[in-house]
Design a protein around this ligand. Structure first.
Ligand SMILES: Cc1cc2nc3c(=O)[nH]c(=O)nc-3n(C[C@H](O)[C@H](O)[C@H](O)COP(=O)(O)OP(=O)(O)OC[C@H]3O[C@@H](n4cnc5c(N)ncnc54)[C@H](O)[C@@H]3O)c2cc1C
Length: 290
């Protein structure tokens, strides 16, 4: 199918783009187009105006600022995946990108596009949650920052006003020695995860858990941060002795997503298995990092 008719706009700077989102009716923003174009071709989305951000250079780039890793909304997934700075500050991120779609899609797709599209199975909101990401959005009236933990309003709906554009994302790197792991199960390599898990862990000198972050995708509309489990495990031995508590905690999650292909029973089982494996790898890496 072809998309319905629309008027194409190509702002060359952010203030032009902000003017457009403030004044045009029924518009869509075009980033990498890897999710939006299929939606338009299937006519799930029929905007009257398409605002293409690909010439807005202010929204592209990766740098460190006040101990946080800052990524412009229009930065291509490929550049984040291959960035030395990202690998140094947040090694969880390239490991997650190894499992995101295919090279051709990562060459066009952007982190901002993924966080606005907000597919519950996407690895990108999941690593953003594990790294306590903040999302910055801007309108003509000014800018505001939203924590990733408050970003999902409902299924595939971010907390983004109709006159706002996402401008950048900042992640909180872990400074001391730590371990990390991103694992997922998908039907084929490059598919969205059925379930994915991001783990970060720091151990103290006695090999006890000092700090822990566990985030899941494919389980709920928003990335699910297991903060109750994280605090329960701090002070425990950083090895497989924690696994019964992990299993029990995941068993107690009230609602787990299901669809025509994967039941919630299956997703719960995957979550338990993948979280145990990811913790094992993260513990090993944390030990080596000391
Ligand atoms: C075959 C295939 C497999 C894929 N597999 C995976 C996978 O395994 N994991 C994964 O995470 N993703 C996967 N994707 C999706 C891919 O990551 C997309 O690139 C991503 O979801 C959207 O990014 P985009 O830059 O292409 O955004 P677009 O498609 O251009 O836009 C997506 C949505 O975000 C809005 N938007 C974009 N940028 C902004 C902004 N700055 N401010 C406000 N709104 C904005 C758009 O209006 C639109 O509603 C796959 C895609 C395909 C086609």
């Amino acid at each position: 199918m072809k998309p319905a008719r629309f008027q194409y706009h190509r702002p060359t700077n952010l203030s032009e783009a902000l003017e457009m989102v403030a004044t045009l009716e029924n518009y869509k923003i075009l980033a990498g187009g890897q999710s939006l174009m299929p939606m338009m071709n299937f006519r799930f989305a029929m905007p009257d105006h398409l605002i293409d951000l690909n010439q807005v250079g202010e929204l592209v780039g990766i740098h460190e600022e006040n101990d946080r890793l800052v990524v412009g909304a229009m930065t291509r997934q490929h550049h984040i995946h291959r960035s030395e700075l990202v690998a140094k500050l947040c090694p969880l991120v390239p490991e997650a990108y190894d499992q995101v779609s295919h090279r051709q899609i990562r060459n066009r797709g952007t982190l901002g596009g993924s966080l606005c599209h907000l597919d519950p199975a996407s690895e990108q909101p999941c690593f953003t949650s594990a790294l306590d990401g903040n999302i910055e959005v801007q309108s003509r009236a000014g800018s505001r920052t939203i924590s990733i933990h408050d970003w999902t309003q409902m299924y595939m709906t971010p907390a983004l006003g109709s006159d706002e554009i996402m401008t950048r994302v900042s992640l909180q790197p872990w400074l001391g020695p730590h371990g990390w792991c991103f694992l997922e199960y998908a039907r084929r390599h490059g598919d969205y995860a059925i379930v994915g898990v991001a783990v970060m862990v720091a151990l103290d000198a006695g090999q006890k858990i000092e700090r822990l972050s566990i985030s899941l995708c494919g389980v709920a509309p928003a990335p699910l941060r297991l903060s109750g489990l994280e605090s329960a495990l701090v002070g425990q031995a950083g090895d497989k002795r924690v696994l019964p508590a992990v299993h029990e905690h995941i068993e107690a999650i009230e609602e787990i997503m299901h669809d025509a292909y994967n039941s919630s029973i299956y997703r719960r089982h995957l979550t338990q298995t993948l979280t145990a494996r990811a913790l094992g790898i993260a513990f090993e890496r944390a030990l080596k990092a000391h």
